[in-house]
Design a protein around this ligand. Structure first.
Ligand code: ZN
Length: 152
């Protein structure tokens, strides 16, 4: 099993990694300490000190606040609320309905019955997610990790 140096994983997180290194990492089995390494590197990159428990997706984390609550938090420090609720309900949302076809080509989504939603952080305006769904479809909950009640 290959152990990748922290500098290389840092480059992976900030997008400065070479395509050769990226392909090598993608093709290799994950090293045992990868999750802890990524959390440690992300902890250095964020604008807050509360501990990151889980990296949900780019720029979004579950953190434990001083009051013990576990919340979804943007890289900038904006809280979206309890980690068990869908953070998208607390985001700024733009819905693009009936515009040009999404993802042109033979697999394009039909703009007559699909909507493209963009979710933004209300504090720093980072685009956090995009989904293409039928009009009126509920916000998709991407990921709900099973954290134990006693997880630190
Ligand atoms: Zn933010």
């Amino acid at each position: 099993m290959t152990e990748y140096p922290a500098e290389l994983i840092h480059d992976l997180l900030d997008g400065s990694i070479s395509s050769d290194d990226l392909q090598a990492i993608q093709r290799a089995p994950k090293d045992a300490g990868r999750q802890e390494m990524v959390i440690g590197l992300e902890q250095q990159r964020v604008a807050f000190d509360d501990p990151i428990l889980v990296c949900l997706q780019e720029a979004l984390f579950i953190v434990r606040r001083d009051d013990g609550e576990r919340v979804v938090r943007c890289r900038c420090g904006h809280d979206f609320g309890d980690h068990r609720r869908n953070w998208k309900h607390a985001a700024a949302v733009i819905e693009r309905e009936g515009e040009t076809p999404f993802f042109p080509g033979p697999r394009a989504a039909d703009p007559d019955w699909m909507v493209l939603r963009e979710f933004y952080c209300p504090s720093c305006a980072t685009r956090l997610d995009v989904e293409v769904v039928p009009i009126g479809y509920p916000f998709i909950m991407n990921f709900e990790p099973a954290l134990s009640e006693t997880a630190e």
